[in-house]
Design a protein around this ligand. Structure first.
Ligand code: TXA
Ligand code: MG
Length: 346
């Protein structure tokens, strides 16, 4: 089949020729007008929606046209299910058959918030959204604009991160516009995302919580509420969390994750290097720019700045980006997870 290639800020993706008329019709608008967003969604079109984690590419879960557009626009494989976003726990009964006791505890403690729960789905949730699985991932985002939007709609929104598949997630309206210039009508402007990395995903097996994805809520905080959480090895997790690919969240520039920046970059004296460091900047003749995530060593600040810093470094046509591994606890663990995936070779 004839394929077209398009370039969205250094991120290449492929579109089947037949998809072009569907999604190549727009000049993107960044707006705070909720009504314009609602209008688009009611027409079964997509918008980018702000959340406290990352911007989402949102569409009506009950519209096959909208959901197919999400997969086409992202170039996301159909086997990778989407998260359903709603505004209140009371809505859950429309989507799920059963809520384990520990899921209720987590929902009460962290919703609205950066936690996604994977629960047994009702048959009313379209199979396209859940990639044919008998579970559905649900989240109530903690962002005033997202909550206002969801409350005004009479359908929930499916929303993966608003980036082409495998690329760095967007944490500002401009990041989304850079990716989807003329393929998306509207970005609903909710400012920069406060948390900056995706939600933590928890599933349940025999009523017990299982970690599917590290994220914005540290494991330690979840364990305080529900006790032990099952953590499987990667091979065991894969069938349940099909989106957890080794390479993801990745800049176009070759990226490395190291424990000791100084000794690593000594071997590349002739390269133009961009550094991503946790607390302290380091300079050397081959370092073009050094970005510090949090001078005070605050994990939350570091997470909030992570993707914006990667986007910025990726725009500079560097030879390589070298990131420093954070302490492996709390949100440092989630940030290390994203950096590990960002640095995996294609
Ligand atoms: O913070 C977030 O979670 C953002 C914002 C926009 O809400 N969304 C997000 O969506 O990160 P996405 O599509 O980029 O990642 C969702 C992950 C994927 O890895 C997918 O495989 C997994 O959730 N997932 C969705 N439904 C699932 C299910 N039924 N069972 C297991 N994993 C599921
Ligand atoms: Mg994503």
């Amino acid at each position: 089949m004839l394929l077209n290639i398009c370039k969205a800020k250094n991120c290449y993706f492929f579109l089947a020729a037949t998809d072009w008329p569907l999604i190549w019709d727009f000049i993107i608008m960044i707006t705070k007008d909720l009504n314009l967003a609602i209008e688009q969604l009611q027409k079964e079109e997509l918008i980018a929606m702000p959340t406290e984690t990352v911007y989402g590419l949102a569409g009506n879960i009950y519209s096959e046209k909208a959901i197919r557009k999400i997969f086409a626009l992202k170039e996301r494989p159909l086997f990778n299910p989407l998260i359903v976003h709603t505004y209140a726990v009371s809505q859950l009964e429309h989507f799920v058959r059963h809520i384990p006791a520990k899921a209720k505890l987590l929902a009460a403690a962290f919703w609205p918030g950066s936690l996604t729960l994977v629960l047994p789905k009702k048959s009313t949730i379209p199979d396209l959204v859940t990639a044919g699985k008998d579970t559905v991932a649900v989240r109530i985002p903690n962002h005033p604009v997202a909550l206002a939007l969801l409350e005004k709609l009479d359908f929930p929104l499916a929303a993966p991160s608003a980036n082409p598949f495998g690329c760095i997630s967007p944490t500002s309206p401009q990041h989304v516009a850079d990716y989807f210039q003329d393929q998306l009508a509207l970005v609903l402007d909710g400012g920069a995302c406060k948390n900056g990395i995706e939600s933590t995903i928890i599933g349940f097996e025999n009523e017990e919580p299982v970690l599917y994805r590290l994220g914005s809520i540290p494991l330690e905080a979840l364990i305080e509420v529900v006790g032990p959480i099952i953590i499987k090895n990667k091979k065991e997790i894969a069938p349940n969390a099909p989106g957890m690919l080794a390479r993801h969240y990745a800049p176009n520039t070759s990226t490395y994750l190291v424990d000791n920046i100084e000794s690593f970059i000594k071997d590349f004296p002739d390269q133009r290097i961009g550094l991503l460091q946790f607390q302290k900047a380091f300079t050397a003749s081959n370092v073009v720019i050094s970005k510090v995530l949090s001078p005070t060593g605050d994990f939350k600040e570091a997470a909030a700045k992570l993707y914006a810093s990667l986007h910025e470094l990726d725009r500079l046509s560097l030879d390589m980006i070298v990131a420093e591994r954070l302490p492996d606890r709390d949100l440092g663990k989630s940030i290390n997870d994203r950096l590990t995936r960002a640095t995996k070779k294609k």
